[in-house]
Design a protein around this ligand. Sequence first.
Ligand SMILES: [Zn+2]
Length: 295
Amino acid sequence: MSPTVFGRRRAALASAALLLAGALAGCSGSSGSSGGPEKPPRPASSKPAPASPSAAAGPDAATYRRWGLDKPLAAPPAPPATKLTDGAKGAQGGGPPVIRRIPTKDKVVFVTIDDGAEKDPEFVKMTKELKLPFTMFLTGDIARAGRGYDYFEQLSAPADGVRNGIANHTVSHPNLRTLPADAQRREICGQQDALEKRFGIRPALFRPPYGNYNDQTLAAAGGCGVRAVVLWEATMQINDMRYAEGDKLRPGDIILAHFRGPQELKGTTMTQMVANMLRSIERQGYTVARLEDYL
Ligand SMILES: [Zn+2]
């Protein structure tokens, strides 16, 4: 399959941020940035293997209830045999593919959480007890404040032997499209280096702040080891999600949320916000899968 299918280099429209002026401030600014109807990516060529008999039992109903969910999320299906980025590296020298949604027919969505401001210890408990898969896109200057990277180390630490992914969201959260190539490289590669030094793994995934990027962004990211640039289709607010298209989730949607607490969420805590998100996912008939299993 051609990586260019997923590598739409269309730069986000700056004006799109204005469309979401009512949205919460933060890096969700251009979640509706598609300049026209989104062309759905082609399904992955390899069909996911059938779900294996679950080795590790998921959390029980009482655990879900404790965290504010009336119904458990379904166990995710077995991940596909090949990942979207397999063989995509270095294609035509054009940098990594840009991904907004994972091509799949499975009723799965992917949770990504950005920046790293709020460091709520309850959220660590919640994710461990619910065995929630998610990917953290960390901005150096934001994530390092307060309890710093130790907090994210706790969040990343294996539950059932699987780590939650740590990914790159620049050093200082600039609008990369306003920066020259060398400054973009410092923002992206500097955070690659910092995360590798702190966590021992060079991130494969990168998300540009506000979803804003250009060809220089992709070249810089590819040059320092990024395998995919991850955007999003749905943005979690306080009570529910906003969708780039339509009014509901679709298979493979990548959901953007943020590490935020009561100050930014009008009194709602991080765990309440995540519970609201998971309830909506469950109600729509989806479950949460691990992005790194597909990408
Ligand atoms: Zn951000």
